[in-house]
Ligand binder design. Structure first.
Ligand code: FES
Ligand SMILES: [Fe+2]
Length: 408
């Protein structure tokens, strides 16, 4: 599906333009999705990008997944060219072999291997996606992404896709707080917060009540629950009780280069068992409809997200923005976002209480994000709003990148 002229398949590496551009936002700390589990069958070696660097992912024959820095400790060959042989990763240059722990256990000449090891990166496989940890000061993971698939009957495959485009992961997350655009860009007749946004350490929760028009079925009330994890992962449950429809989506944004992101989207769809039928018939009907509609629903979800692609890939990061009533709690979100950036790189974010949402708490407001939970707090660097960080203009925008969100 061609979703936008701004969007392209996942590329193999950042372009010269990516590296040349002054970034409007720094790389966020935390977990970033680099692949779906299904892309890493046993024996697979993949090279992906994260924050301007290559990461090599591979799965051993025993199923174990590893993420490493890309260069062989022997003479520096790129291990994206390596091969999995049994439970070893074997470098193509001199065929040094590394065991499941990453230790060099063999040379290609049958001689004594040097004391050397691959450099591992923290990696997690959760929600059928592969996340790699990166922190600007090199710290180990101090929070996790939870398993969130409520719709997993073990029969439906996860439908997924990936895109690449110019843009910033923070914008993808900010999108969920931007209540105004759901009406003006996505065409919802109406959408409002069901309750104030909740921030809890590195996570947030948004509850929305929406009215959406379905082909042939008319206007229906839709419940939208969004959970955010860091500046890189969203889980969205969209439930239409009157139709028994529920779709659970993952949207994961990865900053691969200074102004370039990859977007991964996956979803599962289910139609609940209709009432008033014998249980066996109800289950059969539910399964048949789910099978029939899963593809079209995923496509519909992608099209929804794709409406944002031209915006994300050409917009300028405004700091401070000129907020208006009806915007949603964007200021609160930006304040919460501080914890994911280095203390000396926060000029693009509001200082404490420096950016006020025009709706106020209670309407489209939010519970106060303190961001300080779990030791991730805004670290006192209180640079006020300002345009200190250079922003990208459409004319400067690099020209490519990947995709995928449902209700972003
Ligand atoms: S560079 Fe990898 S074995 Fe020599
Ligand atoms: Fe959007």
């Amino acid at each position: 599906m061609r979703v936008s002229k701004h969007v392209h398949p996942v590329s193999s590496r950042p372009t010269a333009a990516d590296v040349a551009l002054p970034p409007a936002l720094p790389y966020p700390d935390g977990w970033s999705a680099l692949a779906f589990s299904a892309e890493l069958r046993p024996g697979t070696v993949l090279t992906r990008q994260l924050a301007g660097e290559d990461v090599v992912l591979y799965r051993l024959r025993n199923g174990r997944l590893r993420a490493i820095r890309p260069y062989c400790p022997h003479l520096g060959a790129h291990l994206g060219l390596a091969a999995v042989e049994g439970d070893h990763l074997v470098c193509p240059f001199h065929r040094f072999a590394f065991d499941a722990e990453g230790r060099c256990v063999r040379t290609g000449y049958g001689t004594q291997p040097p004391k050397a090891a691959l450099t591992p990166l923290p990696v997690r496989e959760v929600n059928e996606a592969v996340f790699v940890w990166r922190h600007h000061d090199g710290r180990e993971p101090d929070w996790e992404i939870p398993s969130w698939h409520r719709i997993d009957d073990g029969r439906q495959p996860l439908r997924y896709t990936s895109f690449e485009m110019p843009g910033y992961a923070q914008d993808v997350m900010e999108n969920s707080f931007d209540l105004g655009h759901f009406v003006t860009l996505h065409g919802w007749p109406q959408g409002e917060l069901a309750k104030p946004v909740e921030f809890d350490g590195t996570t947030f929760h948004i509850s929305m009540l929406v009215r959406e028009t379905f082909p042939l079925l008319g206007l229906r009330e839709v419940q939208v629950e969004v959970d955010g994890y860091g500046l890189t992962a969203l889980h969205t449950d969209v439930h239409t009780p009157s139709l028994g429809l529920e779709i659970c989506s993952l949207v994961m944004a990865t900053q691969v280069a200074p102004g370039r992101m990859q977007l991964r989207q996956a979803s599962r769809f289910v139609m609940s068992e209709p009432s008033g039928l014998p249980p066996v018939v109800a289950r059969t009907v539910s399964r048949a409809v789910t099978r029939l509609l899963a593809g079209p629903m995923f496509k519909r979800n992608l099209e929804f997200t794709a409406a944002d692609f031209p915006i994300w890939s050409t917009k300028r990061y405004m700091s401070p923005p000129k907020l208006a009533p009806g915007d949603g709690p964007i200021g609160a979100m930006r304040h919460w976002a501080r914890q994911f950036y280095p203390p000396d790189r926060q000029a693009h974010l509001p200082g404490p209480a420096a950016l006020t949402d025009r709706d106020g708490p209670g309407a489209n407001g939010s519970s106060t994000p303190d961001g300080a939970a779990n030791g991730h707090g805004p670290n006192g660097s209180s640079t006020p709003d300002g345009d200190a960080a250079p922003s990208r203009t459409p004319a400067e925008a690099p020209g490519t990148a990947p995709s995928g969100a449902a209700r972003s």
